[in-house]
Structures are given as C-alpha cells and as structure tokens.
Design a binder for this molecule. Structure first.
Ligand SMILES: Cc1cc2nc3c(=O)[nH]c(=O)nc-3n(C[C@H](O)[C@H](O)[C@H](O)COP(=O)(O)O)c2cc1C
Length: 333
C-alpha cells in the first residue's frame, strides 16, 4: 500500500484510514456505524448523548451508547454544561466500552443551547476549559472535542478553546468550520481549519461540506489536517467513504455504483435496521435514508412521495425492488 496520508494518532489509538464518520443525532446509531465501517472508516462516533440523561440511564439513552464491536474504535460523544456531570457521564460511557470520549461544543440546536450545552459552551471558554479538564481527569482513555468556530462571527473562539483543550490534555480536536449562528447556512470555511492546525500540536480533524473524494483530499493537503470527518454526504452514499479510502491508500478511487446497486444496498440497510430496532422504529428512520439512496434515480421525486406513505418494511422493500427491475430492464436504457 502506497499510503498518501499518515494514520491519525489519538493518544495510544492508531486510526486508519484517517477518515471519521461524523456524529449525527438520530442517524449514527450502532447499526449505521456497523454498516458504514467496512466501507473504510477509521473511526466512528456515536450520536451525542446528554450527560444529564446518563444519570438516569434510560433504555433509550443506553441504546445510544451501545456498540456492535465491529465498528471499533468508537468514540462516544457527550454534551452538557456542568463539569461534574460531564465527568460522571464520561466514566459511565467508558465503562460501557467507549474507546474515546468526545465532548460536544458544536451543536447549535436550541433544545441544547437553551441549557448552555453544545455550541453555547463556546460563549464561555472558561467553562469549556473546566468541562474538558474534568472529563480528562475522569477517564483512562483519550478525550477529544468537537466544536464550531464560535457562537457567532464576533466570537470566533476556536483557537483559544483549542489551546485550552491542548493544555488540559485533550488529545484531538474536530472543527466544523461554521459558527453556531450559521447552523448549516453558507459554507464551511476551511481557511479556519488550516489556521487551527497551525495553532495547536494535537491532531486536528477537519469537517464541513466534504462531498467528493478529490476535494476531500485536496482540503486535507491544503490545511495539513490529520484527518477528515464526513457527515451528510455519506447518507445514501457510503461509497464516498471507500473512494476517499482508495485515494488515501494510494489507489484510484473506485467508480460510483450503478443506481440499481445503490438500491440493492438500500435493502441491506433497511433489513439491518428493522432487525435491530423493529419495524415501528426503523421504518420512519429508513424513509430519509431510502430517499437519499434514490437520489439521481429517474422518477426519484414520485418514488420518494410513495415511500413517505408506506408503513411496512415489506411494502418499502417491494417498492425498491420494483425500481431496481425498472432500472435494469432493457427498456430503461
Ligand atoms: C442529522 C444530523 C445530526 C447531527 N448530530 C450531531 C451530533 O450528535 N453531534 C455532533 O457533534 N454533530 C452533529 N451533527 C453535525 C455533524 O457531525 C457535522 O459536523 C456537520 O454535519 C458538518 O459535516 P458535513 O458537512 O460533512 O455533514 C449532526 C448533523 C446532522 C446533519
């Protein structure tokens, strides 16, 4: 293998390839992480988990930190604004198998920032520091942190918070290069990611808007980051992960699969979700995934509309199978 990049080192953990699946609430549960890992991920991250909720340990909360094992190493992400509660939560997730504990200073959702969690912490770098210090002291595994640039354009505190992170023993940082106030508007500004890389010695993972393999590699080269993190663009398209892995391992990127092959995989994904979560929970979640697998299939809009109305696994799979037959019929050509 003529690797074009180096492994990401997070404390004692070697991450190869340096390609991380972004934590996505409501998406990156254990099934999803296990399904996507073999496409070529070096590291997967759980959905964010409330440190407060972990005090009560409800079934739903514990499911969020659960692992298959095949997707290891797994980083478990926590959010909260209280150093002591975050430290206790870190102990719990470590005991439940987290290889890495990740702290969320990035979530811009009002239900999180209302209680000063997620990106709202960035309004108070001293609090960020206290949280990171407490979490690092609580566990015997690496602690990482994921953040945005700052709360808004006037308060871009990422370099300050990153230096504090490094000083208290955080072992890697992810930057989603938008402010919290931006939510998902505009585009991620990779200039800031390059600036962060130059400002600290611990590994930096760049994140935001990567949606094709060549550009992802270019961003890595330009900024010098140690790894990249992919989120939305992998949904309905896990082959993007393999294409980036190919380039990282020094091979040309494999071509994208045909629309029919994408849909065959959508069925695998569907069945795995139903098997683990039951039909009632899996079907609503799979609507958004299948809609994305259908992207660029002729007639996708009508198919999506039909799909949104289906309540049963069998009906949805029949619709996907029917579409595969249509795509592969000589008449389709
Ligand atoms: C549905 C969804 C849920 C997300 N949940 C989380 C989360 O739980 N924790 C987190 O740090 N970021 C979360 N994010 C942000 C992503 O991890 C990532 O930073 C962001 O989507 C930018 O990367 P992308 O452009 O590759 O998608 C979420 C994003 C989406 C789209």
């Amino acid at each position: 293998m003529n690797a074009t990049v180096a492994p990401l080192r997070i404390g004692p953990i070697d991450v190869w390839p340096p390609l991380v699946l972004a934590p996505m609430s409501g998406v990156t549960n254990r099934t999803m992480r296990a399904l996507y890992k073999p496409f070529g991920l070096g590291l997967t991250v759980t959905e964010f988990v409330s440190s407060n909720a972990l005090k009560f340990g409800s079934k739903r909360t514990m499911e969020m930190i659960d692992q298959h094992g095949v997707e290891k190493p797994v980083s478990t992400q926590l959010w909260g604004d209280d150093p002591e509660t975050m430290a206790l939560a870190a102990k719990v997730v470590r005991e439940c198998g987290a290889d890495i504990v990740d702290i969320n200073f990035g979530c811009p959702a009002p239900k999180v920032t209302r209680t000063n969690g997620g990106s709202a912490c960035l309004r108070d770098p001293d609090r960020c520091e206290a949280i990171m210090r407490a979490v690092v002291a609580a566990v015997d595994c690496p602690v990482t942190m994921k953040m945005r640039l700052g709360w808004n354009e006037e308060q871009m505190v990422y370099v300050d918070v990153a230096r504090r992170a490094q000083a208290v023993g955080v072992q890697a940082l992810t930057l989603h290069a938008r402010t919290a106030k931006q939510f998902y508007k505009g585009s991620a500004d990779w200039e800031h990611i390059g600036r962060l890389k130059r400002a600290v010695d611990i590994p930096v993972i760049g994140n935001g808007d990567l949606d094709d393999a060549e550009t992802a590699m270019q961003r890595m080269r330009e900024t010098g980051v140690d790894a990249i993190m992919l989120g939305r663009a992998t949904l309905g398209n896990p082959w993007l992960i393999s294409q980036i892995r190919d380039l990282m391992e020094g091979r040309p990127a494999a071509p994208s699969p045909s629309a029919a092959d994408r849909l065959r995989y959508a069925i695998v994904h569907y069945r795995a979700m139903v098997e683990e979560w039951g039909e009632a929970r899996a079907v609503p979640q799979m609507r958004k995934h299948v809609a994305l697998y259908l992207k660029s299939v002729p007639g996708a809009a009508q198919l999506r509309e039909r799909l949104m109305r289906l309540e049963r696994e069998q009906e949805a799979i029949a619709l996907i199978e029917e579409t595969i037959v249509r795509l592969e019929s000589p008449l389709a050509a």
